[in-house]
Design a protein around this ligand. Structure first.
Ligand code: AMP
Ligand code: MG
Length: 424
């Protein structure tokens, strides 16, 4: 591990490395350089593979669709039989249903009744929608204006035999599971879940069920961290609350690093009397201690203890969540084998609140995006932005991202927002 940090420090010398005020983008870049994804895999039934990371390319074993088939309920015809202007009468030679192809011979001057998904009979090349014909007995009358090949789904137009349907490194969503099922594949190889151990630090913290003494508070960070990790599909190892006692902290760090791929703590990373995390980590592992030019979440430690990656998050509940979403989330996905990782989308909308902002740091204010009666979106801030006000995260549905150089924002200004919720 010494090598990792030595190389980080060496590399950092000529690379705008300022551990006391690291710009957000730079900190992300540094962290990303040291993340080697897990390699162990497991074989899972596709239903159980939802939200897991694919560890193999999924190859199509056949053409999709397997046959030319109809995209509509209607009549399969030979385009050459139709008239450029005027009508033609065609005899109905039989029917093709989804799963029950037409069995007869298809001849010139004939058509075949066909349903959506029905195999197009050999010789037919065009589907006329049933709404565009007049049926009389065994015949249909078809007018002009039809295009060769219309309403027809070609064999192999989605996927050809042997083509990669899904790439290794994909986080499997419901659509992907369905696509794998459509190929008749019941099991896939995924990377094993990332094991993440976490604990809260602080003498003032009590767990739920314990009475609160003067100056004591309930530990909420362990619950938000548990939730965020679970959403990311990690195997979570909750190690409880550890007091601000260097001996106990040392034991907790060592135990966590032995069992987990990643260790996350909250609190104790500032420079107060009881903030032991930094010193301990320098003793036990290799830590690059960062003050990031951001608000909330200025103190954030990243490094390694043994083989485990370490993230020392700040103590304030909002700072914990912001630093997790802005740094830890991407790092965990990369460690879990996800690749390539598309950036989370951001949008530009008018902000109806005026915002206080000092230049020199990126701010992640908590916002509420709403749509007015005319369909226009705007964002307002969720009131007070103190980093201890967890309600501001609970009420928010987006981050308002204010770049480093930005000063105060007047109401009506266009700002960048990052939506918190995704539909899939
Ligand atoms: P620290 O970084 O340890 O100085 O903590 C900063 C602030 O966050 C203090 O007000 C702590 O009481 C608070 N805090 C730290 N850890 C937690 C936690 N697990 N749950 C709720 N608040 C916390
Ligand atoms: Mg503390």
């Amino acid at each position: 591990m010494k090598d990792t940090v030595k190389s980080l420090r060496e590399l950092s010398c000529g690379d705008d490395y300022d551990p006391n005020s690291m710009p957000v983008a730079k900190a992300r870049e540094f962290i990303a350089r040291f993340l080697a994804p897990v390699t162990a895999v497991e074989r899972l039934n596709i239903r159980a593979a939802l939200d897991r990371v694919l560890a193999e390319d999924v190859i199509s074993p056949f053409d999709v669709p397997a046959h030319d088939n109809s995209a509509m309920d209607g009549y399969a015809v030979r385009c050459a039989d139709l008239k450029a202007d005027g009508e033609i009468m065609l005899r109905i030679a039989g029917a093709a249903f989804a799963g029950a192809p037409f069995q007869g011979q298809f001849k010139a001057g004939e058509c075949v009744r066909i349903m959506t998904g029905g195999v197009v009979p050999a010789g037919a090349d065009t589907i006329v929608m049933q709404e565009h014909v007049t049926v009389s007995g065994d015949n249909v009358r078809i007018g002009s204006g039809h295009k060769h090949g219309q309403n027809l789904r070609r064999a192999g137009e989605d996927l050809k035999t042997g083509q990669i349907a899904l790439k290794r490194g994909l986080l499997l969503r419901p659509a992907d599971i369905g696509l794998i099922a459509s190929l008749g594949i019941g099991e896939v190889t995924v990377f094993r879940k990332l094991r993440v151990a976490f604990f809260s630090t602080g003498d003032e913290l009590r767990s739920i069920g314990m009475p609160l003494g003067e100056g004591q508070i309930y530990d909420s960070n362990r619950y938000t961290i548990h939730g965020m990790l679970t959403r990311l599909g990690c195997e979570v190892i909750d190690m409880g609350v550890v007091c601000d006692d260097p001996k106990l902290l040392e034991q907790a760090f060592s135990a966590a690093a032995q069992t987990a791929d990643v260790v996350i703590t909250s609190g104790g990373v500032s420079v107060g009397e009881a903030d032991f995390v930094k010193d301990l980590l320098e003793k036990l592992g290799e830590v690059v201690f960062w003050k990031i030019a951001m608000k909330p979440g200025r103190p954030l430690a990243y490094g390694r203890i043994g083989n485990a990656h370490f993230f020392g998050l700040p103590g304030n509940p909002v700072s914990v969540m912001v630093t997790f979403y802005q740094f830890v989330r991407d790092a965990l996905l990369k460690l879990a084998g996800r690749d390539p990782l598309p950036p989370l989308p951001t949008f530009r909308v008018p902000c109806t609140s005026s915002l206080k902002k000092a230049p020199g740091r990126t701010e992640f204010q908590r916002g509420v995006l709403t749509q007015d009666a005319s369909g226009n979106w705007s964002v307002r801030v969720t009131g007070e932005q103190g980093s201890g006000i967890l309600r501001s995260m609970s009420e928010a549905n987006c981050f308002i991202i204010l770049p480093e150089a930005q000063a105060n924002v007047a109401a009506g200004t266009i700002v960048e927002v990052q939506v918190m919720e995704g539909i899939v």
